[in-house]
Design a protein around this ligand. Structure first.
Ligand code: GLU
Length: 494
């Protein structure tokens, strides 16, 4: 009975954040187990003691939970660093059988003198001829097993029946199969899934952040100007010369140049304001499709349908525009009030400026204004930034067209309207809108001739949500303050 149960696992190394590749691996293992009434297990591969940290482990588990995944050994996930006895038992057997030997304080596995065959559910049969793979280290000098050894022992010990992982591990599989045979352990079913590439053809990796930051820095005056933190600035030269990909330097450059680094880690996507369900949907499509024209689905559908026969052999492309579009579509499918709630909840974690300034009712207004145009929450905040902080400068083109053209026609209208607006009591968006209408009727000035200058004055650009909503959210003081400043700034130009 227990033999027919499917057991999959996700085995992250807690040396950094959970990135999209790892997230996809976890998702597909989870979906396969859940879809087959099996078990999905987690295992912490912390044999690299110098690079593993408890903080990274916690963050990875949090990211998995955020994605909506659960695992069946959540009460006690095995950590490889705590299983040395188990590895040593198996190691002893290999040494005794002369399938392994000591070498310079380490232990090496003796590769067999026959071909090793890996049967892969995606790629078919992979045969490695005898003699092609060198004897490899299975126990390091520090007494810890290497990844190859621990993974084989653990998969067997945990009863893992199916290993779904990225193609970067394909070359490891023959070593694992050879070890399983030498140890008399079963070989799990293997499915190696396609690598994830950037649209420009480069392999997607956590170094992409450094790459993006470096390219932007080299285009800028940053080298002359330097980074504000002396510690980081000392290493800037090395970073620009590609001698280091230090993430802290990349982040400092991004902050200096106001640059958005590409999202790579699950937490990056969280910070940008994607929905976990949409991210899962998109990740599943990287190398798999359910057939037909179906592209949008939830995790329940994925569990039901995911199988190896529709996994591609070729590299998958990570298309951020498509992911953004998916997320935007999900927003459009929500009601305004659900969008408001979700956006507000996200702001509580990532945009305290918005969260602290606006209550629930105000968020509904903001949501109304941006529901149709938003793809991710951070984008909505970017568009709505002028509500929470002053803007940097006026859009020149919009100023020329709407304020200065025809001897300052727009500016004059704004000046005339300003005093009426100041006298409005009580001040609210609907009343302000009525006032614009009546002002235009009385003066014969067109609505746009007042509304557009007003938009520029309060936001810096002619593109804002409807004017009543905009003034409502800004309130009297900010509105009038910005109108007065605009009149002053352009006083000489009209
Ligand atoms: N710890 C390995 C990794 O993070 C797991 C590889 C495997 O699934 O065998 O890549």
């Amino acid at each position: 009975m227990s033999e027919s149960i499917i057991v999959t696992r996700f085995a992250p190394s807690p040396t950094g954040h959970l990135h999209v590749g790892g997230a996809r691996t976890a998702l597909l293992n989870w979906a396969y187990a859940r879809g087959h009434g099996g078990k999905f297990l987690l295992r912490i591969e912390d044999t690299d003691q110098t690079r593993s940290t408890a903080a990274a482990e916690r963050a990875i588990l949090d990211d998995l939970k955020w994605l909506g995944l659960d695992w069946d050994n959540a009460d006690d996930e095995p950590r490889q660093s705590q299983r040395l006895d188990l590895y040593n038992d198996h190691m002893r057997r290999l040494l005794e059988a002369d399938r392994a030997y000591e070498d310079d304080g380490a232990v090496r596995f003796r590769m067999p003198d026959h071909d090793v065959v890996v049967v892969d559910q995606v790629l078919g049969e992979v045969r490695v001829p005898a003699g092609q793979t060198e004897d490899f280290v299975i126990r390091k000098r520090d007494g810890f097993p290497t990844y190859h050894f621990a993974v084989v022992v653990d998969d067997a010990d945990m009863g893992v029946t199916h290993v779904i992982r990225g193609q970067e591990h394909l070359s490891n599989a023959p070593k694992h199969v050879a070890l399983q045979q030498a140890l008399g352990l079963p070989t799990p079913v293997y499915a190696h899934i396609p690598l994830i590439f950037n649209p420009d053809g480069s392999k997607m990796s956590k170094r992409d952040k450094a790459k993006t930051a470096r390219a932007a820095a080299l285009q800028s005056d940053l080298k002359a100007r330097g980074l504000p933190s002396p510690g980081l600035n000392d290493a800037l030269g090395d970073f620009l010369d590609k001698k280091t990909d230090d993430l802290d330097i990349a982040l400092a450059i991004a902050a200096e140049l106001n640059l958005q680094l590409p999202e790579i880690d699950v937490s990056d996507f969280q910070k940008s304001g994607y929905f976990p369900a949409v991210l899962c949907n998109y990740l599943a499509l990287l190398g798999w499709n359910p057939g037909g024209d179906v592209e949008k689905f939830d995790n329940a559908f994925l569990c039901e349908r995911f199988d190896f026969n529709r996994v591609g052999k070729k590299n998958a492309k990570f298309d951020r525009e498509k992911l953004l579009a998916f997320n935007g579509d999900a927003i459009r499918e929500m009601s305004v009030s659900d969008f408001a709630t979700a956006w507000r909840n996200w702001c509580a974690d990532y945009r305290r400026d918005f969260y602290d300034q606006f209550d629930e009712a105000a968020f509904v207004k903001l949501a109304e204004a941006y529901h149709q145009r938003t793809r991710v929450f951070s984008e909505a905040c970017d568009m709505a930034k002028f509500f929470v902080e002053d803007f940097d400068g006026y859009d020149d083109k919009a100023v020329k067209k709407n304020l200065l053209k025809n001897d300052g026609e727009g500016l004059n209208a704004l000046r005339q309207f300003r005093d009426e607006l100041a006298a409005l009591d009580p001040f609210d968006g609907a009343a302000a809108h009525e006032l614009i209408k009546s002002f235009c009727e009385r003066t014969g000035i067109g609505m746009g001739k007042v509304a557009q200058p007003l938009r520029i004055a309060v936001s810096g650009s002619a593109v804002t949500p409807p004017i009543d909503l905009t003034l409502d959210l800004l309130g009297r003081d900010t509105t009038l303050g910005r109108v007065d400043r605009c009149l002053e700034v352009y006083a000489a130009d009209a």
